[in-house]
Ligand binder design. Structure first.
Ligand SMILES: NC(=O)c1ccc[n+]([C@@H]2O[C@H](COP(=O)([O-])OP(=O)(O)OC[C@H]3O[C@@H](n4cnc5c(N)ncnc54)[C@H](OP(=O)(O)O)[C@@H]3O)[C@@H](O)[C@H]2O)c1
Length: 218
């Protein structure tokens, strides 16, 4: 995020404001996890593949007994996901889509050829249940949530986040409508989330922070 807490502009354009080191930091974190999780809006705007480059990071995973790349998990309530997105054109790791039966039938048909669909009858995906399913059915023990803000806000609300990796980049964007780390929601979180600083590193003008987040009693 920028020094004024923004993660993108008000147009939600795929802005690239962090360094190579930050991008490597992201890949290193991703490489440690069993699964990587993304909200539909981020997937749509940034058109990411959520993979890992060939080489060291993949080899280290295999040496640890993991698959070469983490499982890729998409969350969407409405399910209007464009099958032409880049993620569906790359086969580096299986894709799971947690959505609802609101997903149009035509989209379901095409996406079933590229991903596993887990559709519930509810209006919205139950994120706690989703994590349980990942653990029980797919042996996932660790998940990197790569945003965006709306999904992160929901995960925080439910007490589902145990660590925050935050890079502060040397920019100020301003603008009330540009989302912050927790989005544009006018709602407060149900309770302040207490973070404990575990690590802080500076490289050039960027600051890399690691916070532990205390589990909330549900
Ligand atoms: N600077 C950074 O490091 C960074 C990182 C990530 C993202 N971003 C930026 O963040 C922006 C997108 O963030 P965003 O806040 O608009 O959206 P988001 O969190 O990426 O996605 C929100 C969407 O996820 C789906 N979803 C399903 N269950 C949900 C739940 N319980 N809570 C919240 N969402 C749920 C919904 O999809 P449906 O609408 O399909 O139902 C919802 O609209 C993009 O511009 C991206 O570039 C920046």
């Amino acid at each position: 995020m920028t020094a004024d807490g923004k993660i993108t502009t008000r147009e939600y354009s795929p802005v690239d404001f962090t360094s190579r080191e930050d991008k490597m930091h992201l890949l290193r974190q991703r490489a440690l996890m069993d699964a990587v999780l993304i909200g539909h809006s981020t997937l749509k705007h940034d058109n990411v593949r959520l993979g890992l480059p060939k080489g060291e990071l993949r080899e280290e995973r295999i040496a640890r007994g993991q698959t070469a790349s983490p499982l890729r998990v998409i969350v969407s309530n409405e399910g209007r996901i464009d099958p032409a997105l880049k993620i569906f054109q790359s086969e580096i790791a299986p894709i799971l889509i947690f959505s609802t039966t609101r997903m149009p039938r035509t989209v379901q048909k095409i996406l079933r050829e590229k991903a596993t669909l887990i559709l519930s009858d509810a209006r919205a995906v139950d994120l706690a249940w989703m994590l349980q399913q990942l653990r029980r059915e797919h042996k996932v023990r660790s998940v990197a949530c790569e945003g965006g803000a709306a999904l992160f806000h929901s995960m925080l609300e439910l007490g589902l986040v145990d660590q925050l990796n935050l890079t502060i980049a040397p920019f100020l964007f301003g603008g009330r409508e540009a989302p912050t780390l927790t989005g544009v929601s006018k709602q407060f979180l149900p309770a302040s989330v207490r973070c404990t600083l575990r690590d802080m590193r500076t490289v050039g003008d960027e600051c890399f922070l690691t916070y532990r987040i205390r589990p909330r009693k549900l």
